[in-house]
Design a protein around this ligand. Structure first.
Ligand SMILES: [Zn+2]
Length: 41
């Protein structure tokens, strides 16, 4: 299962298998308070 979050700061999408400790890989924003969605292909 993978999750996706959209960074509110840089609008970049990041994917993770876990919802723990999620930091935007583009700008370093802490995304833990952002709602995670299930990644669909
Ligand atoms: Zn970002």
């Amino acid at each position: 299962m993978a999750y996706v979050k959209k960074c509110p700061d840089c609008k970049g999408k990041s994917y993770s298998a876990s919802k723990k400790k999620w930091v935007c890989p583009y700008c370093g924003e802490d995304l833990k308070k952002i709602e995670a969605n299930r990644a669909k292909n």
